[in-house]
Design a protein around this ligand. Structure first.
Ligand code: NAD
Ligand code: ADE
Length: 417
């Protein structure tokens, strides 16, 4: 082992602490869980290794896990998403952080290696790289189980499960209602626009925006773009999602047509090579290309490089490619998650839901040690609903309750017209 943390600059800690305080004040559900963890110490003696975007919201989760008694090892979930001041502040909180903004691919995996070799009891992942690494290196001897934050990671784990090669139980946090319905949709919807505006400062109104994928992330982005006055086109491969997009009032067409009319392209599919050379050469001069899916594979950057005669960085998160046909296209955030690279990721209010799911999932795995199969599970429905109730309460919103008569009615089949 080479020391128990590696961050950009520990002297950034005071700035990071202020950021964490700001997030904490907007994460009331996680604060309640933290209070409970302080009292009952459910994670006493538990070693947790996590690969998460190192943001102020992640810091609130890490502090909660430490409050519960855990020893936490943290690496970033993307080479460009770490907030260096937060990483520094977390070191002060006692976490073993291996993350800095601007890691190379080798450094990214070096950090994952550092947090894996401690032989964790629980792993928390966002995207599946930690799960894949732990499986490849067979570092699961001490492992009770793991969690997974995002759609792409869950998809990878389900394939491992299907092939009979999953080595420990996993809670697919992404699949909680209080995660994907809010984080993927409203969180990514807002923070992707935030990234687009911070990167470019363009006027959205009147632009033609093409959103690839009408899943939870895509519909969030499309809805927010429309709200700002863009004319939005959806591209899809799933006929049901495409039909939903049509009935939600969006134009739907294949990328081969959309590429000719779009001013802004945002991919959100979790799939590879959604925008390729054949599309790029038909784009308008000045087209903006961005991605909010987990990996930087949705826009084929090799194609862009080989079509270009030159490239230059024109703003912090904007690279201009001059194509052989004389047109310029602009790649934002190097094709990586626009919302986390050019902005700060999802707002704290929505991460309150996602990370309350993570905290409950970790506790659930520890409490059920040895009782779960090597399978991908959802968090139990009652915990999912408990999070929604706590969130509503924190917002001062009350809802109705079923009466005895209504419960009886809903559990009988005899009564009709
Ligand atoms: P989803 O499965 O709900 O939606 C993906 C959609 O893309 C599906 O409807 C699918 O049919 C469509 N699709 C697949 N291939 C396509 C193609 N070639 N062209 C057009 N459409 C295609 O998934 P989701 O929850 O919306 O997540 C999408 C991606 O965003 C994943 O990689 C996920 O991990 C990531 N994600 C990112 C953030 C963020 O902060 N940026 C947050 C949550 C999820
Ligand atoms: N994913 C998207 N937004 C995030 C945030 N603010 N913190 C951690 N992970 C995220």
């Amino acid at each position: 082992m080479s020391g128990d943390f590696r961050v950009r600059d520990v002297s950034l800690a005071p700035k990071g602490r202020l950021q964490i305080e700001w997030a904490e004040s907007r994460m009331p559900v996680l604060r309640l869980i933290s209070d409970e963890f302080i009292r009952s110490k459910p994670l006493s003696g538990i070693k947790i290794s996590a690969v998460l975007h190192v943001t102020k919201e992640t810091a609130v989760l890490v502090k909660t896990l430490i409050a519960g008694g855990a020893d936490v090892w943290l690496a970033g979930s993307n080479p460009l998403s770490t907030q260096d001041e937060v990483a520094a502040a977390l070191v002060d909180e006692g976490a073993h952080v291996f993350a800095w903004r601007g890691e190379s691919r080798d450094e990214y995996y070096w950090c994952i290696e550092r947090i894996s070799e401690v032989m964790p009891n629980i792993i928390i992942d966002d995207g599946g790289d930690l799960h894949a690494y732990i499986h490849a290196k067979e570092l699961f001897k001490e492992l009770i189980g793991g969690t997974e934050e995002t759609t792409t990671g869950v998809q990878r784990l389900r394939i491992l499960e299907k092939e009979g090669r999953l080595k420990y139980p996993v809670i697919a946090v992404n699949d909680s209602y209080t995660k994907y319905l809010f984080d993927n949709r409203y969180g990514t919807g807002q923070s992707t626009i935030d990234g687009l505006l911070r990167a470019t400062n363009i006027l959205v109104a009147g632009k033609v925006a093409v959103v690839a994928g009408y899943g939870w992330v895509g519909r969030g982005i499309a809805t927010r773009l429309r709200g700002m006055g863009a004319r939005v086109i959806i591209t899809e491969v799933d006929p049901i999602k495409a039909l939903e997009a049509v009935m939600d009032g969006f134009d739907v067409m294949p990328m081969s047509k959309a590429c000719e009319v779009g001013d802004i392209f945002i991919t959100a599919t979790g799939n590879i090579n959604v925008i390729r050379a054949e599309h790029m050469i038909k784009m308008k001069d000045g087209a903006l290309l961005a991605n909010s899916g987990h990996f930087n594979v949705e826009i084929n950057i090799d194609d862009l490089e080989s079509l270009a005669t030159s490239k230059r960085r024109v703003r912090e998160h904007v690279t201009e490619y001059l194509l052989r046909n004389g047109k310029r296209v602009y790649l934002l955030a190097e094709g990586r998650l626009l919302n986390l690279v050019a902005a700060e990721g999802h707002p704290s209010e929505v991460m309150d839901l996602s990370f309350s799911n993570q905290a409950y999932a970790v506790k659930y795995l520890v409490e059920n040690k040895g009782k779960l199969r090597n399978a991908v599970y959802k968090l139990p429905d009652e915990l999912d609903r408990a999070i929604a109730r706590l969130k509503l309460r924190s917002m001062g919103i009350e809802i109705d309750e079923l009466s005895e008569e209504q419960i009886k009615y809903l559990s009988s089949w005899e009564l009709g017209t």
